[in-house]
Design a protein around this ligand. Structure first.
Ligand SMILES: Nc1nc2c(ncn2[C@@H]2O[C@H](COP(=O)(O)OP(=O)(O)OP(=O)(O)O)[C@@H](O)[C@H]2O)c(=O)[nH]1
Length: 305
């Protein structure tokens, strides 16, 4: 085993937001090189948007959709908006995608307004440049730059592939060192999975405060529908770096873990709109962040708890 590497593995979550029809799915599909998201002319076809995972030798980028950011009247209403806003805070980079042809519209102002409270770096991704003159493009960019301080401004054509490599390069620059969350051959997942893991992580952090550092990870082992009882069985593992942290998270006679589970379950039930049976495990994986390859080998059932 060789632990001494000069270049650190980078990984992180990138959320793509923007008005309907700006080309988010087209971009996602180009990035992961396969048709994984539903592309259509019909706005907001589905709530259950897929995410794309792009894995290379030195980085893993996980693209996620942000539910509800442009849908304030979504049936889950405020809760989804809250989740969306939290998601924006939890990701490493936000790609705000706009349509170079249409320019600034009302939906954009709503999104920009929401972004003002987010500290995550926001890239302005100006899509569909194959359809505008360069002069027009500059005008559109200026309109947006007047309203927000973007970390990067990158014009692309998701359809034709112009500049998409440059965008990936910029994303990599901003990603922190981190593990390979997903196996290299996995390219899609459902955003629910990510949100559920974040809801659990949030409860752990709230309940334990500074005793448990932010380095914990929550991996979702399974989400399974039980047809007969109409419940969804979620099994997740909270990964910590030291056994002392495991003790804190489990608590006296399991009291802390029970409370984490109770609070997380309520949120997950709201998210999924169905009854949930939540099973939580805690596992020590020393220095897990530096042992990216091991993450893909986590076999939860083999472990002693
Ligand atoms: N000319 C041109 N058309 C594009 C480009 N990117 C996407 N489109 C087209 O724009 C339309 C909408 O693209 P989608 O990728 O479905 O847009 P979306 O933002 O995911 O839409 P929602 O799912 O409704 O949020 C499709 O007809 C695409 O072919 C581009 O770079 N240039």
């Amino acid at each position: 085993m060789n632990n001494s590497t000069n270049t650190e593995y980078k990984s992180g979550f990138i959320s793509i937001i923007g008005r309907p029809n700006v080309g988010k799915s087209t971009y996602l599909n180009r990035v992961v090189g396969q048709k994984i998201a539903i592309m259509s002319d019909k706005p907001q076809t589905t709530r259950n948007k897929v995410q794309g995972v792009l894995t290379s030798d030195d980085a893993q980028m996980i693209f996620i959709d942000t539910p509800g950011i442009h849908k304030p009247k979504h049936k889950l209403g405020d809760f989804m908006m809250k989740v969306a806003m939290n998601t924006l805070r939890e990701v490493d980079i936000v790609l705000f995608m706009i349509n170079a042809v249409e320019g600034l519209g009302r939906g954009d102002e709503f999104i920009i307004d929401k972004l003002q409270s987010v500290k995550t770096p926001v890239f302005l991704v100006v899509n569909k440049i194959d359809q505008v003159h360069p002069e027009e493009l500059l005008k559109v960019i200026d309109q947006y730059k007047d309203l927000f301080d973007f970390a990067e401004v990158i014009p692309i054509s998701a359809l034709e592939g112009n500049n998409t490599e440059r965008l990936l390069g910029a994303i990599k620059e901003y990603l922190p060192a981190g593990p390979q969350y997903y196996p290299a051959d996995q390219i899609t997942d459902h955003p629910e999975r990510f949100i559920i893991s974040e809801l659990i992580r949030e409860k752990v952090l709230h309940l334990t405060r500074e005793e448990v550092p932010h380095s914990i990870a929550v991996l979702i082992d399974k989400i399974e529908k039980n047809e007969s009882s109409e419940t969804i069985h979620v099994m997740a593992t909270i990964i910590v770096e030291r056994s002392s942290q495991k003790g804190i998270i489990i608590g006296k006679q399991g009291s802390m873990l029970k409370e984490v589970g109770k609070r997380a379950r309520i949120d997950i039930e709201n998210l999924l709109g169905t009854k949930v049976f939540l099973e939580l495990w805690v596992k020590v994986q020393k220095d897990w962040r530096n042992r990216a390859v091991q993450l893909r080998d986590f076999g939860f059932r083999e472990d002693e708890y």
